[in-house]
Design a protein around this ligand. Structure first.
Ligand code: NAG
Ligand code: NAG
Ligand code: NAG
Ligand code: NAG
Ligand code: NAG
Ligand code: NAG
Ligand code: NAG
Length: 544
């Protein structure tokens, strides 16, 4: 057991001896080769040792300028962190290690750090925006370059032989710089669409980084116009009423122009329509005639150009108005005017007339008829005809002239003498618009009137003395009324002794209830006697 332990100890010892002989005090810098770093990156240099229990590290640069980084020491290694790496780090770094426990106590190594900056592609700016025919400057900007004395910039336009090369070897670059190359030329319309290319090269052959060349290009987009602005009208400048009309505004402009359509109105104001290069009207009406304006606006060139077109809508007339003032129903005596208007192009001939008038009376070849103090006879259907070479249109309107009842008349049948027991018919007629309604009234003993019939014709059969009296006929309509009266009374008595038949004598006269009237006089007394003859009573002695 003891023996075994001894062997084991021996073996361990041998291994340790081997290790000690293989491994001396060594150091290295990682990375070992020179370092190429882009400004802004992070670079970490590690100084690593082997074979030393507690090495001490120190970092310095040639010329003993500041380190430009942060040192961090660990047991067997030390790091120098440059974050971010900058121009000041472009130098050789020396790491020195001292190991007290080793025979060869001191070791050092150096590594070279090289920096560059070429972070992004060139930026092409065309300033101001290219306008054909005006000199333009193209700028190629290469941001944050280092070292700029190695920069070469190459600017060219497609199709042009001349290359525009700029090198910056005269630069004394101490830090990153944004380099600018400008190129001035006179853009032509045909340059549009061609490319401007800017190639930047950082010519450091012995430095190992990518890319060393960066390229940008931009299409030439020369702004111009608007120019040669024209309007085309389809189907033409004089479309027919009801057609569709398209006005197209074409202009030359880059970038494309904004189009604004407007129209001059009669009162010199302007009506704004749409923003679109085609103004499309599905159905034109006469009122679409007028001057249309297309305004083309190029916001980049800050230029505006206008074009105008005069549109005349043609077609058969359309009657726009046929009216009666103050109204189609008026009372006699009002002042009436009848108006007709129509629109069309060519202008219409307008004829306004009453239909029932004899054509020979001559139509009113006017757009308006004035009827001062209108009569019933002026009423009727009026017709307006508007006509031009494309056709005509007609319209009608009725004038209704109302008036109060007039010419109210009473007719009594029979017209001569009546005898008691006979039949008498009283008829009342009247004119008026609307047609008057007629009714009959009779005066009662009390003096009041009593309605006795709603009929214009009133018949008394078997005439008796009670039927004597005053009868009144009244004609009325919404406009007014008129009355007439008739009186039945005894004119005379006649005796016929042999038969004792009473005779009735009729007489006609006029009574009035504020209006003239017709009267009939009747003899109605059975017992009355007139001595010996048919002669009329000298004086009318009314006994009713
Ligand atoms: C130092 O070197 C040893 C041996 O080559 C290696 O094992 C170790 O990882 C290194 N340390 C650093 C921090 O690089
Ligand atoms: C106008 O344009 C519309 C829509 O593009 C089309 O349908 C119509 O036929 C055109 N009219 C004319 C007269 O060109
Ligand atoms: C033109 O007349 C029509 C019909 O009379 C009407 O509807 C339309 O609003 C008018 N348009 C214009 C622009 O005056
Ligand atoms: C456009 O032109 C007008 C007058 O011509 C001027 O007042 C304005 O400043 C210009 N605008 C630009 C963006 O150039
Ligand atoms: C009709 O016109 C005449 C003359 O213009 C005028 O004197 C009269 O008062 C008018 N009558 C009515 C009812 O308006
Ligand atoms: C005329 O007008 C009156 C009153 O409004 C009406 O009663 C009558 O029917 C009209 N006549 C005609 C022919 O329209
Ligand atoms: C009017 O007279 C007609 C015929 O004489 C008669 O049929 C009708 O009933 C009368 N109307 C009135 C309201 O008395």
């Amino acid at each position: 057991m003891f023996e075994e332990m001894g062997r084991t100890s021996q073996a361990v010892l041998v291994i340790l001896c081997v290790l000690r002989t293989v491994k001396g005090f060594e150091m290295e810098i990682i990375p070992a080769k020179r370092i190429v770093a882009q400004i802004g990156d992070t670079v970490i240099l590690t100084c690593n040792t082997t074979g030393c229990a507690s090495p001490s590290f120190s970092w310095r640069t040639q010329m003993d300028s500041p380190l430009g980084g942060k040192v961090s020491n660990h047991r067997t290694h030390s790091t120098l962190t440059m974050n971010p790496v900058s121009v000041v780090n472009s130098r050789s770094y020396l790491c020195t290690v001292i190991c007290n426990s080793a025979e060869k106590k001191r070791k050092e190594k150096s590594v070279k750090v090289e920096v560059y900056s070429f972070p992004s592609d060139p930026v092409i700016e065309i300033s101001p925006s290219l306008v054909a025919g005006e000199p333009a400057t193209v700028i190629c900007k290469i941001p944050d370059v280092y070292p700029s004395d190695r920069l070469e910039v190459f600017l060219k336009k497609d199709g042009d032989g001349d290359h525009h090369v700029t090198d910056f070897s005269q630069d004394e670059s101490t830090n990153t710089e944004t380099k600018i190359v400008t190129y001035t030329f006179l853009p032509k319309a045909e340059d549009i669409g061609k490319k401007i290319t800017c190639v930047a090269r950082l010519l450091i052959a012995d430095m190992d980084f990518e890319p060393k060349e960066r390229t940008s290009s931009q299409k030439i987009n020369a702004n111009f116009g608007p120019q040669n602005t024209v309007i085309t009208a389809s189907p033409g400048n004089s479309p027919m009423e009801g057609d569709s009309l398209n006005l197209t505004c074409v202009t030359q402009s880059n970038p494309p122009a904004q189009i604004v359509w407007s129209k001059y109105l009669a009162e010199e104001s302007i009506q704004h329509l749409i923003r679109n290069n085609v103004l499309s009207i599905p159905h034109v009406h006469f009122n679409y005639s007028g001057l249309y304006i297309c305004e083309a606006i190029n916001l980049v060139t800050n230029r505006t150009e206008k074009a105008t077109v005069d549109i005349i809508i043609q077609g058969a007339p359309v009657i726009t108005k046929l009216s009666i003032e103050p109204s189609t129903t008026v009372q006699e005596g009002e002042n009436v005017s009848i108006q007709c208007s129509a629109e069309s192009n060519p202008p219409p001939k307008i004829i306004l007339r009453r239909k029932s008038d004899n054509a020979k009376v001559g139509p009113y070849s006017a757009r308006s008829i004035l009827l001062p103090s209108v009569m019933f006879q002026n009423g009727g259907d009026y017709e307006c005809v508007a006509e031009n070479k494309f056709g005509n249109s007609k319209s009608e309107i009725t004038l209704n002239v109302t008036y109060a009842p007039k010419n109210t008349m009473i007719t009594v049948i029979p017209t001569d003498a009546l005898k008691e027991g006979e039949t008498v018919t009283m008829k009342c007629t009247s004119s008026g618009n609307p047609a008057p309604l007629i009714f009959w009234k009779k005066k009662k003993a009390s003096g009041e009137f009593e309605e006795i019939s709603k009929n214009a014709t009133f018949t008394i059969q078997n005439l008796k003395s009670q039927d004597l009296g005053l009868y009144e006929c009244e004609a009325y309509n919404p406009v007014g009324k008129e009355k007439k009266a008739v009186k039945l009374y005894i004119q005379a008595r006649l005796e016929e002794p042999d038969q004792m038949i009473p005779l009735i004598i009729a007489f006609s006269s006029v009574a009035a209830v504020a209006v003239p009237a017709v009267a009939i006089l009747i003899y109605v007394s059975r017992q009355a006697k007139i001595n010996g003859s048919y002669s009329l009573v000298k004086a009318l002695r009314l006994k009713v």
